[in-house]
Design a protein around this ligand. Structure first.
Ligand code: ADP
Ligand code: MG
Ligand code: ZN
Length: 482
């Protein structure tokens, strides 16, 4: 049987607010902070305490909803989602159920084929994070409530995704938008953004939804893509074998590369949702929404289109340059220096600089080569002052030391030899020193020329223009032939 994949993604993102969702505790990342040290009566669930809504968390959620083309609800209610778990001291989570802040939006993803696809966004709502359970030896677990009550935004897509590749592209795009907005850091290793795909399959051509399974708490793109792909294959085998897919929550076992049953799916009625009695309805004024809309930064899609238009870049380069705002800013600052063309800057950035960054594991914010220095280097290559190969070497040294291009080139004597006298001399020297090779060339073995060019390049420590060297050598050799 041929099946079609049907996937909807739930994304949880911790918001970059100063304080927690319903109390004044600071939001902290766990490392280096003693467990249970940033906790108060409210976020530890003491009876008789009252929550207060974090205004900044609402603003961040509205920014996200607007960026995702959602309708913003005027009337909003928080709801209690009741369940017991040791990391949830109140015994309920304050969330939103019937009245999410934002709904009915969409997001466009770019696929490897170059195609674009519009994915519906069902809702974006605000809730609070739970504490963290730390499992220790002997079957014991410890709980850290520093994370309890941290503002958590949930973004739920429509079941519009049709492959593991699309799921990944959607997740990457969404993370990029959240980072552009400055509402979430995107640090997946720290668990501040977590993905839960709901996965089902159906016979190709069918319009009914199949039974879904939900993969919990994936926190890397790789795990998300591999887990989804595995689950699609597993479900196809189950259906082909005549069995039903069981609606359940499954976990991804990274080491074994398989998904495993965690628990049977709970349904909304299991949570006994009801309006949170400790909070008043939240009414969002239109004027406020428009004021927030006016503060939105240029987002990845708009920036990409502008890079294609203003800088004449191809789509693939424009997409890669705008995935991260810091990279896009670096690119534009380099171009603005006016020493190098935009296409050359894009090439150097996406190939040479990205390679150096990957090798050293550094992000663009922390590297020593600043945009003006890169612009100067590319300018030196474009003007012919140094060869492209020398340029790559120089960039490597700039990357290590932070030195500027021009002083480095001067100190090391790397300027391209444009003085034809010096080139002639080097060519003559190579010809004299290699009579056997010259003989072969003259006997008709033309590939030897390339080797001779290489020798001259060595002689000039890579500072000669290879085209010029080739010409000079050819001239000298032809003279011998005649
Ligand atoms: P919950 O997980 O709380 O039950 P929903 O029913 O709203 O929430 O669905 C959550 C996610 O599952 C959404 O992204 C939705 O698009 C997706 N989804 C719902 N039904 C299916 C299905 N049959 N196959 C794949 N995804 C589905
Ligand atoms: Mg769910
Ligand atoms: Zn608190």
């Amino acid at each position: 049987m041929i099946y079609e994949a049907v996937i909807g993604l739930e994304v949880h993102a911790e918001l970059l607010t100063q304080s927690k969702m319903f109390c004044g505790c600071r939001v902290v990342m766990s490392e280096g902070i003693p467990p249970n040290s940033v906790v108060c009566e409210i976020c530890s669930g003491m009876p008789g305490t009252l929550p207060v809504i974090n205004r900044q968390a609402v603003i961040y959620t509205l920014m996200t909803g607007l960026a995702l083309n959602c309708a913003i609800s005027e009337f909003n209610l928080f709801a209690r989602k009741n369940y017991f778990y040791p990391d949830l001291p109140k015994g309920y989570q304050i969330s939103q159920y019937e009245y999410p802040l934002c709904k009915n939006g969409w997001l466009e993803i770019d696929l490897a084929s170059g195609a674009r696809q519009r994915i519906g966004i069902r809702r974006v709502h605000l809730e609070e994070d739970t504490g963290k359970l730390i499992h220790v030896d002997g079957g014991r677990s410890l709980v850290d409530l520093n994370r309890s009550g941290v503002p958590l935004m949930e973004i739920v897509s429509e079941p519009d995704l049709r492959s593991a590749e699309e799921v990944r592209a959607y997740a990457e795009k969404l993370r990029a938008i959240l980072r552009y907005l400055g509402v979430n850091s995107g640090d997946m290793e720290k668990g501040v953004i977590r993905f839960e795909p709901n996965i089902s399959i159906r016979p190709a051509g069918s319009t009914e939804l199949g039974t879904r399974t939900e993969l919990k708490n994936l926190n890397s793109f790789r795990a998300l893509e591999r887990g989804t792909a595995y689950e699609l294959t597993r479900q196809a085998k189950v259906l082909d074998g005549g069995g039903p897919v069981i609606q359940e929550t499954r976990g991804w076992d990274e080491a074994r590369g398989v998904t495993v049953t965690q628990r049977s799916k709970e349904y909304a009625e299991d949570y006994r949702y009801f309006p949170e009695p400790d909070l008043p309805p939240l009414v969002i004024e239109r004027a406020w929404v428009e004021a927030i809309r006016a503060t939105l930064p240029e987002l990845p899609d708009a920036k990409r289109a502008r890079f294609e238009r203003e800088h004449g870049l191809g789509q693939a380069d424009a997409i890669r340059l705008t995935e991260e705002k810091a990279v896009a800013d670096y690119f534009e600052e380099t171009v603005r220096a006016g020493q190098a063309g935009a296409k050359a800057v894009a090439n150097w950035l996406l190939t040479d600089l990205f390679r150096l960054m990957n090798e050293s594991g550094q992000g663009i914010e922390s590297i020593k080569v600043r945009p003006l220095a890169l612009a100067e280097l590319i300018g030196l290559v474009e003007s012919g002052a140094i060869t492209a190969n020398t340029g790559k070497r120089v960039l490597g040294e700039m990357f290590e030391s932070g030195e500027d291009a021009r002083p480095l080139v001067e100190r090391k004597g790397l300027a391209q030899i444009s003085d034809s006298g010096a080139l002639e001399a080097a060519a003559r020297k190579v010809i004299e020193a290699n009579p056997a090779e010259v003989e072969k060339y003259l006997a008709g073995k033309e590939t030897v020329l390339g080797w001779l060019v290489g020798q001259v390049m060595k002689e000039t420590r890579g500072t000669a223009n290879p085209g010029a060297v080739r010409e000079i050598l050819q001239r000298h050799l032809t003279a011998r032939q005649g």
